[in-house]
Design a binder for this molecule. Structure first.
Ligand SMILES: Cc1cc2nc3c(=O)[nH]c(=O)nc-3n(C[C@H](O)[C@H](O)[C@H](O)COP(=O)(O)OP(=O)(O)OC[C@H]3O[C@@H](n4cnc5c(N)ncnc54)[C@H](O)[C@@H]3O)c2cc1C
Length: 260
């Protein structure tokens, strides 16, 4: 029996124009469509596959504003059993350290053998929450998994980075993060969408978790965005006419730009 918690983040759709709020430089979540992060659909898929191969329960855990319920419902409609939604005004602008603390505290509310996260969120792109979480919980961390197998009380992972593939093993409970190569997520069925409406979602505040509001939020972040400006529009490139010496001209240009 493997009880799994999947960490799901709601992010602005990468197809929408994403921007920062002018006031505090946090992500302007209202200006873009909000969706479950694609990598987290794969995290849910992996949890469902493990559950379907044996027994257990899949719990979705999401820290995010009220509208993050849409991301939670999507995960439930794929087949997850229940959800915990941590939603609290004081969390606005929280950094990775605060987010990891809140997730760790919420994990204290549920029995689990395995935590599955994405390797990186498509908005914050810190890629550090899974590692921070493992550290806070004192659990093994197996990050960047492109393949994983749960067998009895243990887990095996193929970890892929630019350096190559490493084979990792750990005993459960453990924290895993998965890459986009892990699987192809299923589409929710009509039956799944209907069933999701009745699945339990527990909504908790920071106080419910016993986390001090003075440890979270923009004012308590360890780093601050002081200034932000939009990317300058693309300028026209430099044209190289090929009169038989195009290759040398391109090489000269690249040398001039210190690119080679
Ligand atoms: C516009 C913008 C401004 C920011 N400004 C600051 C700042 O001023 N100071 C600062 O310190 N930080 C800032 N951040 C970082 C922000 O707080 C992080 O996005 C957040 O803490 C989570 O980190 P991440 O998204 O990089 O997570 P990652 O480590 O990239 O996420 C990996 C995985 O962890 C899980 N996960 C991550 N977040 C959640 C969540 N909320 N709920 C459930 N699971 C989750 C998911 O499974 C995800 O796939 C900013 C981010 C943005 C987008």
């Amino acid at each position: 029996m493997t009880n799994i918690v999947v960490l799901v983040k709601q992010v602005p759709d990468t197809y929408s124009e994403r921007k920062l709020s002018e006031g505090d430089h946090t992500l302007d979540r209202e200006s873009a469509d909000a969706v479950i992060d694609e990598i987290n659909e794969r995290s849910v898929e992996e949890a469902l596959k493990i559950k379907e191969a044996g027994e257990g329960e899949v719990t979705v855990l999401c820290v995010g504003p009220d509208r993050a319920t849409d991301a939670i419902r999507k995960a439930l409609s794929m087949g997850a059993d229940k959800a915990i939604h941590v939603s609290d005004e004081s969390l606005h602008g929280s950094d990775m350290v605060a987010t990891a603390k809140v997730i760790a505290a919420a994990l204290g509310k549920v029995e689990y053998d395995l935590v599955i996260a994405g390797n990186e969120a498509s908005d914050g792109r810190g890629g550090a929450i899974p590692a921070m979480l493992a550290e806070l919980l004192g659990l093994p961390q197996l990050t960047h998994a492109r393949q994983l197998t749960v067998d009895g009380g243990g887990i095996k992972v193929d970890r892929e980075t630019e350096e190559g593939i490493t084979h990792l093993e750990a005993s459960l409970p453990a924290v895993v993060s998965v890459t986009e190569k892990i699987n192809e997520p299923r589409y929710p069925s009509f039956k799944g969408i209907m069933a999701a409406k009745k699945k339990p979602v527990e909504t908790l505040t920071v106080a419910d978790l016993g986390v001090d509001a003075g440890e979270v939020g923009l004012g308590n972040a360890w780093s601050t965005v002081l200034e932000a400006s939009p990317k300058p529009p693309r300028t026209a490139g430099q044209r190289v006419e090929d009169e038989g010496d195009g290759g040398s001209k391109v090489a000269e240009y690249l040398v001039g730009q210190k690119l080679i």
